[in-house]
Structure formats: C-alpha cells, structure tokens
Design a binder for this molecule. Structure first.
Ligand SMILES: *Cc1c(COP(=O)(O)O)cnc(C)c1O
Length: 341
C-alpha cells in the first residue's frame, strides 16, 4: 500500500514507542508532568516565545488562539484562501471562537501586506466587523505546501502592527518550511502573538500540538483548554513522542521534500496530469486531472491512496512512511490509470 492521503498517516516507529513507554509522567493539569513541561519549554524556545501549552490537536490550537484574539464577538480574522479554519474545523471559528473569518489573497494561500491593508476595515466604521487578527499558514496546506518567504511574513506583520491587528501563525507544517528554506523557526515565528506546531503531521507522532505565545496569553489558553475538554492527565506519554520527533524526525523532512519533488516530476510526464514541479517546495503535491474522484477511486484499486480536493484537483503528501520506491509505484499507477484505454 502507498498512502499519500496525508502526512497524518504516519505510524509511531518502534523507537518512538519505546520513548513513550519510558516517559516519566504526572498530572499535566497540576504542572506535575515533567515530560509535558519539558516539551512546552522546548517548543517555546524553538518558536522564540515566552510559553507554550500542549494540546490534543492543531485544530484546538487554532480554536483557542482565535478565541484569545477575537474574544468580544463581531470581530474578524483575515486568512488565506485555503486556510484550515475555513474548511476543516467544522465551523469552529464561528461556533466556539466567536469569530468571523474572511479569506484574502491568491489561491496558493500566501497573501501580501498590501492585501491585508486593503482588506482591513476601518475600526471607526461601526457598520463593519472589527478586523482584529491576521492568520498566516506556514506552509500552506491546500495551497500546495508553499513556503511563505520570510520577507513576506515580515511585511504582513508590519502592516498588522501598524493597523493594531493581532497575528497568529498556523504552523502545522512550520518545520517543513524551516527545513526547506533554512530559516530558523524562531525567525518565522517572531512578531506573532501566537504560533504553534503540530506533532501528528510530518513529525510522525500519533497525537498533539503545542501553542506558544506570551505568558499571559498561554495562561489564558489553559482556561480554554480546560473549558473545551482538552486538559489531559498523564499526557507525558504523548509528549514523549513529540520530543522524540523533535530530536529525530525534523532533519529527515528533507527526504519527504525530495520525494514530493520526484513525485511531481514523474506526474508531470503523465499525459492528462497538470502539475508544476517547480512549485513543489515541501511535502505536498497538488495536481490537476480531468476527473479527480475517478482517479482517486482507480488508484485505490491499485492500493495507492491520494485525496481529491475538488472535482479536478488531487493532493498527494509524502511522509515518514513513504519511500522512493513507493513514490515510483504511485507514478506508475497514475500512468496506468490515465493511459490505459
Ligand atoms: C492539520 C492542520 C491543522 C489541524 O491540525 P490537527 O492536529 O489535525 O487538528 C491546522 N492547520 C493546518 C494548516 C493543518 O494542516
């Protein structure tokens, strides 16, 4: 089987499971779990923020951050066209964070400082929702795993600061951007009020994400973690997997990026596939075909799994459990489906 549906499909390795089994644990809610405390400190340092809180998912990181920034209701967040909170959080921004969410910028998800300036409402306009937050997704998931250049992030943060907006970094795949660009995570996260990374994507852990920010914001985040049922107990067993991933699974993301590029190059040669290999910067390949659902179903019969994004676009994601031979098998399967009479 070749599973390219998502980098969430990784299974914990034997070594990761051993690290989990050895983890020292306690009650995280009482700040008595040494492994969770170590992870939180590690992520705060990595992102150059004062503090961090371990959460069950990246979705909860976004939900809590949006709630922290958009607390009073009737306020809006500006996000990229393909942002996760728009499409994959079950309307949570509206239902639990009290947020309006407005998409700006191009189809790849990377908006500019000028687009933020043009979109933000005048705070004195009492007819308009109050624009309060800008959220940057690094890398852009559905946008094709694109990396925001550091200068573009800094320009967006500059305009946000000028307009008095908060800034949030959805860093589900921030470390992919770090490995692809050589820019440190702390440089990408600098200037954001909140930023987070996911452990259950390319890093290969089974569960968890960490939201970082100022001491005050993270203290308040703990309140929502409790309110929304995200507070855990001996979660050091999960934090141990995350720490293991930070030690052993970051540099190897480069392999996933090479495999994704090779996948795109292989697909570019298949008649009926539209893809620009040069646009593949990290571990996500989005390609066009005439019938995405048909291709996805035919590939599944050949034990190759990808995801249809819409009628004519397919997403394939490389990860820890996909090697070069499997990438080659996937390309051969796509060729077989699209070129057999
Ligand atoms: C996966 C993802 C999330 C949500 O993370 P989960 O841990 O799956 O809840 C948020 N944002 C982006 C960009 C993602 O890819």
């Amino acid at each position: 089987m070749v599973d390219l549906r998502s980098d969430t499909q990784t299974r914990p390795t034997e070594a990761m499971r051993a690290a989990m089994a050895r983890a020292e644990v306690g009650d995280e809610q009482r700040f008595e779990d040494p492994t969770v405390l170590a992870l939180q400190e590690r992520v705060a340092d990595l992102l150059g923020q004062q503090a961090a809180v371990f959460l069950p998912s990246g979705t909860m990181c976004n939900a809590i951050a949006f709630r922290l920034h958009l607390g009073s209701g009737g306020e809006e967040a500006l996000v990229g066209q393909t942002a996760h909170p728009l499409r994959f959080e079950a309307g949570g921004p509206a239902a639990i964070s009290g947020a309006m969410v407005r998409a700006i910028g191009p189809a790849d998800g990377r908006f500019t400082a000028d687009e933020v300036r043009a979109a933000a409402f005048d705070p004195l306009d009492r007819y308009a929702p109050r624009t309060r937050l800008v959220s940057v997704e690094q890398t852009t998931n559905i946008g094709g795993g694109r990396v925001w250049p550091l200068e573009q992030v800094e320009a967006v943060l500059g305009v946000a600061a000028e307009l008095g907006l908060r800034a949030h970094l959805d860093g589900a795949r921030l470390l992919n951007a770090v490995v692809a660009s050589g820019v440190p995570a702390s440089a990408y996260a600098e200037g954001f009020h909140t930023a987070w990374i996911d452990f259950s994507k390319g890093l290969g852990a089974p569960v968890g994400a960490c939201l970082a920010g100022s001491e005050d914001l993270i203290e308040e985040a703990w309140r929502f973690k409790q309110m929304w049922g995200g507070a855990m107990r001996q979660s050091g067993i999960l934090a141990a997997a995350a720490l293991y991933a930070l030690d052993h699974h970051v540099d190897r993301l480069a392999d996933d990026h090479v495999n994704a590029r090779l996948l795109a190059e292989g697909l570019a040669d298949v008649p009926g596939v539209e893809v620009d290999p040069a646009a593949v910067e990290t571990n996500i390949v989005v390609f066009g075909v005439a019938d995405a659902a048909g291709l996805t179903a035919a590939l599944a019969e050949r034990d190759v799994y990808v995801g249809a994004l819409d009628a004519q676009r397919v997403r394939a994601v490389t990860h820890l459990d996909v090697d070069l031979a499997q990438v080659e098998r996937a390309v051969a399967a796509v060729r077989d489906v699209l070129t057999s009479p």
